[in-house]
Design a binder for this molecule. Structure first.
Ligand code: GLC
Length: 634
């Protein structure tokens, strides 16, 4: 029986009102916390409500249906064990949106359910920090296709079971964005969108407290804009102007952008550079409480307009901060549904370099668990450098790497340490501190490049094992495993990147162009590639067949009694999986009694990577990751 238009309309309105009733309190609380002191607060409140209502009305029916289906599901969709992420630059991956469409079978074959496309929205011309300097949020880079082509691609992806994730670069716009251009032209209303100062008075007061994100290529946090005769706050590159969220007009304009993209079908928004988004003079302007309130506001607004959409925090902060981006205290679970676990990522690379799992264990076991309804995003590599600061910022914690060690780490991954297997490069050393990040592809950092150059079979074998270890651990953890373009193919560093004037930034070392004909890829190192390919596929398949690995269940780190071995348990209802990851190049073992204590007497090996196992459950080959299934004992 067909529902009458009138009934459908009434149902639709009812849904909106129900969501308003449910999330309106969070929305108003957040708005009041940020702007409640303003004389015109009531006006902004009604503007926000109007914007939300309008966005809801404009949301296409098929997306509303998706929202409803997701709301009715027993667990959040992104917590499913079948979730697998893949991130890539569409032009380097497949040319343009049409090319990406053509690669859907490749992605499906890999098992991908969430695709993060980088550098899609219209960036400034020339150097754009890899697409993170956006000139228009509502159109796309012309070489890829139009925004309508993007929408068509999103629909094709969704039909193939793949959700699209885009960067929501909400900390800054490009200097070429219309708002910035109008600010330069002297329009006060748009100057108020940014932090603009007539002289160095405020910048000089603030600068000593701030981070330098790109100390080598973009030192300082303020840029003099001659056309405007003003200093502008630019945390990143001089052409990336920080937005001023003290101005509610900025909030509304950015929310409008988010809703319009959500209504085009974007399902996951990666909140770029989230830690810097709220600024307060006199502070270091990182991870401020107001930043969290702002994200709560985005979340509540999205929950009303488009509850099927998820927000993902890109919070490149010290480990003790990152869990907070899910919301904390009485707001736990009310910020982002997803967050990159950059601390786990850096810790895994630390353990790989040192062969010691202890520092990773100490940190990961000390971090607070994630709130209900959330999921980590685990990854080995992404388009950025490995930022070691996640291991450093340990104030008040029992763990934390000293600066000497962090300096050793980047030197290790730049191949500058005796015995290093890595071929990476350092990124942006901090003047006077000899502190840097690390660039390089997974394969090059894990030793494949060096092994191939030296022509040593043992080194090659160890490199393959390291690569698989860094795939196997995220695959067993309580979040979405994310594969970075080219890592599934063991692509090596791209040393030619600097030939392109727009690719001078060292991170282009690990942003290689994908080879033609991905399916039939045959590199010179065919046998190593074949092992990684087969291993990765087994891992993905195994994860998808173990529903309890979904992130509705947390991970519980345990001491294995062997410092080389990282151990964690993924408890399900009656059963549990123990993951043992050996970070050393030598065979290791744990006490058989330890396994029995955790999993009972009937534990059995279910490792997807059986080819590289030791014989007994308690034995681990070099860099082996063993998955063991047993009963839940606690
Ligand atoms: C994020 C991006 C990084 C970019 C920065 C500024 O950290 O991942 O690539 O440089 O934000 O937008």
């Amino acid at each position: 029986m067909q529902m009458s238009k009138q009934t459908a309309h009434t149902q639709d309105e009812g849904r909106f009102e129900a969501r308003m009733a449910h999330f309106g309190g969070d929305l108003c609380d957040a708005l009041a916390a940020l702007y409640g002191d303003r004389a015109d607060f009531a006006d902004w409140q009604s503007r926000l409500t109007a914007l939300i209502q309008q966005a809801y009305e404009a949301r296409p029916d098929h997306l509303k249906a998706m929202d409803e289906a997701r709301a009715d599901a027993p667990t959040p969709w992104y917590q499913d064990a079948k979730m697998l992420g893949y991130m890539c630059y569409p032009d380097r991956f497949a040319g343009d949106f049409g090319g990406v469409k053509g690669k859907i079978p490749y992605l499906q074959d890999l098992g991908v359910t969430y695709l993060h496309l980088l550098s899609v929205l219209k960036a400034r011309r020339g150097d754009s920090d890899g697409g993170f300097a956006i000139a228009d949020y509502l159109s796309t880079n012309e070489n890829l296709g139009s925004i309508d082509d993007l929408e068509a691609l999103i629909t094709d992806l969704r039909e193939a079971g793949i959700s699209l994730c885009l960067d929501f670069v909400f900390n800054h716009t490009a200097r070429e964005h219309e708002w910035a251009q109008r600010a330069i032209a002297g329009e006060k209303a748009f100057q108020d969108f940014y932090f603009m100062y007539p002289d160095r008075k405020v910048p000089d007061q603030v600068e000593p407290l701030l981070d330098e994100v790109f100390p080598e290529t973009a030192p300082g946090n303020f840029t003099y804009v001659e056309d405007a005769e003003k200093w502008v706050w630019t945390t990143f590159y001089p052409y990336q102007w920080d937005l001023n969220y003290h101005n509610p007009a900025v909030l509304l304009a950015m929310l409008d952008n988010l809703f319009q993209l959500a209504n085009r079908g974007v399902e996951i928004f990666r909140l770029d550079a989230a830690i810097y988004v709220w600024k307060e003079l006199g502070t270091h302007c990182r991870n401020l409480p107001e930043t969290h309130v702002l994200i709560q506001l985005f979340r509540a607004a999205a929950a009303i307009v488009a509850p099927g959409v998820a927000l993902k925090a890109e919070a490149m902060a010290g480990a003790r901060h990152i869990t907070k981006y899910f919301g904390y205290g009485d707001k736990a679970g009310k910020e982002c549904q997803l967050a990159y676990h950059n601390a786990a990522m850096a810790a895994l690379w630390d353990s790989l370099a040192t062969g010691n799992a202890k520092p990773a264990y100490d940190m990961l076991s000390a971090l607070p668990g994630k709130p209900e309804g959330t999921s980590w995003v685990y990854y080995a590599r992404c388009h950025d450098d490995i930022g070691w600061a996640a291991l450093r910022d340990s104030t008040g914690a029992s763990w934390g790497a000293a600066d000497d060690h962090l300096n050793w780490l980047w030197r290790f991954y730049a191949g500058e340490v005796e015995g290093s297997f890595a071929r990476g490069r350092r990124f942006q050393p901090v003047p006077g501190e000899a502190f840097a990040g690390s660039n390089g592809t997974l394969a090059s950092l894990a030793g494949l490049e060096e092994a191939l150059e030296v022509g040593d079979d043992t080194a090659l074998d160890l490199a393959v094992r390291r690569i698989l270890l860094l795939h196997a651990v995220p695959m067993a953890l309580d979040g979405i495993p994310l594969i970075y373009m080219g890592d599934e193919l063991t692509l090596l560093n791209d040393y030619g990147h600097a030939d392109n004037p727009a690719h001078q930034d060292g991170r282009w070392l690990h942003r290689p162009v994908m080879p033609d004909g991905l399916e039939g890829f045959t590199p010179d190192h065919q046998s190593a590639f074949a092992r990684v390919r087969a291993g990765l596929r087994s891992l993905i398949k195994a994860r998808k067949h173990l529903p309890f690995l979904g992130s509705m269940n947390g991970a519980h780190y345990v001491e294995a009694g062997n410092d080389h071995v990282l151990a964690f348990v993924r408890p399900a209802k009656d059963e549990a999986m123990l993951c043992l990851a050996n970070f050393s190049a030598k065979e290791q073992s744990v006490d058989a009694g330890f396994i029995e204590e955790v999993l009972g007497a009937s534990a059995r090996d279910i490792s997807p990577l059986n080819g590289i196992c030791g014989r007994r459950l308690s034995e681990l080959g070099p860099y082996q990751c063993r998955w063991i299934l047993g009963e839940r004992t606690e």
